[in-house]
Design a protein around this ligand. Structure first.
Ligand code: UT7
Length: 323
């Protein structure tokens, strides 16, 4: 599998740590020192399918490919605008990719990685030739804006890649899930409301509609699991940590990223960070960072990168891609 091109889009409105200190009991010093986040972009009306379509168009331009040559659109998101139609199909309509088969996939912050694995499987089987893989979120709609322990962490955004068949480029991946720990990161739950139950409820949103997180549990899980799955993917490829040019990690907390660098024994320069600008954009964070590095020339001479993500489910994974 080869990455032909990439693109990203974030909503215009920037919300600073100082802005948040006006709505919850927090401050710039706490947020910056505990997370590395300074600002995040928040949608003032655009939905996931809008921002994803914009990222997709930029990725197709970068890949120099026509929308009609895309035969699949995979959208990783946990904040779709609707369940029906699936949002990948809305993107298809927006960008004119009339020959694409379209579906959404949800694995929280690991979603983009799992979508990339899915794309690789479709390409390897010969079922598809050019796939648009997108990670996009409007997390601002499930964030509890009165909960200072979580609302300061997240942002909205979209990143996309066009991937194609290339037998000369290796792709290795490892991934996993642990449903028994699902309770540490929850959100988006709605009520079963039909003629048999909850007939009188006017609202289908439950207390679990908004995101709840046991931050310390997620932190402990991430600093153990991410280096573990990166080491496993390196073993699969028979490569050492230094053979990788860049580790493009899910952007959740700068302390998690530093800890992973230490555990892998590589320079922190190999683990670029942009969460200071965007916060945690869940499924969008890896493709947004990849696109920034590609467009600013950082990846010019790079031969191999490792993507690694972790999040709700719990889910995790690492993928090694040859550029
Ligand atoms: O994509 C995956 C999603 N999630 C993650 O990756 C999150 C992983 N976890 C983390 O990044 C960190 O655990 C957090 C950034 C969420 C929290 O950092 P922490 O160092 O684990 O802080 P804490 O939860 O232990 O809280 C320390 C203190 C508490 O006060 P007391 O009990 O010590 O008086 C909190 O109430 O900080 C307080 N606190 C805040 N203070 C100011 C929590 N949130 C805030 C806040 N502003 N926004």
């Amino acid at each position: 599998m080869k990455i032909l091109g990439s693109g990203h889009y974030v909503p215009k409105t920037i919300v600073s740590n100082d802005d948040l200190s006006k709505i919850v009991d927090t401050n710039d010093e706490w947020i910056s020192s505990r997370t590395g986040i300074s600002t995040r972009h928040i949608s003032d009306g655009e939905g996931v399918s809008d921002i994803a379509s914009k990222a997709a168009i930029l990725a197709m331009e970068d890949a120099n490919i026509n929308a009609t040559d895309i035969d699949m659109i995979l959208l990783a998101t946990m904040t779709p605008d609707s369940m029906l139609p699936n949002n990948a199909s809305i993107i298809q309509k927006n960008i004119g990719a009339i020959n694409a088969t379209c579906f959404d996939l949800n694995a929280a912050c690991s979603g983009f990685l799992f979508a990339l694995n899915t794309a690789n499987a479709y390409l390897s089987s010969g079922m598809c030739k050019n796939i648009l893989v997108i990670g996009a979120e409007t997390l601002s709609k499930i964030v509890d804006w009165s909960d200072r322990s979580s609302c300061v962490l997240f942002g909205d955004g979209a990143g996309a890649m066009v991937v194609t068949v290339d037998d000369t480029k290796a792709y290795y991946s490892v991934s996993g899930s642990d449903g028994s720990k699902g309770h540490v990161l929850t959100g988006g739950a709605t009520l079963l409301k039909n003629m048999l139950v909850n007939k009188d409820e006017t609202n289908i949103m439950t207390d679990d509609y908004y995101m709840h997180m046991d931050g310390q549990e997620v932190f402990k899980f991430a600093v153990t699991k991410v280096p573990e799955c990166i080491s496993a993917v390196l073993d699969k490829a028979s490569l050492g940590a230094d053979d990788i040019d860049y580790y493009i990690l899910h952007q959740a907390n700068v302390r998690i990223i530093s800890s992973v660098a230490k555990r892998l024994g590589v320079s922190p320069d190999k683990l670029p960070v942009n969460l200071n600008k965007y916060g945690n954009t869940s499924a969008a964070s890896i493709p947004i960072l990849f696109d920034e590095l590609r467009k600013n020339g950082t990846l010019k001479d790079a031969k191999r990168v490792v993507f690694s993500g972790f999040g709700g489910g719990l889910t995790w994974g690492a993928s090694l891609v040859e550029l």
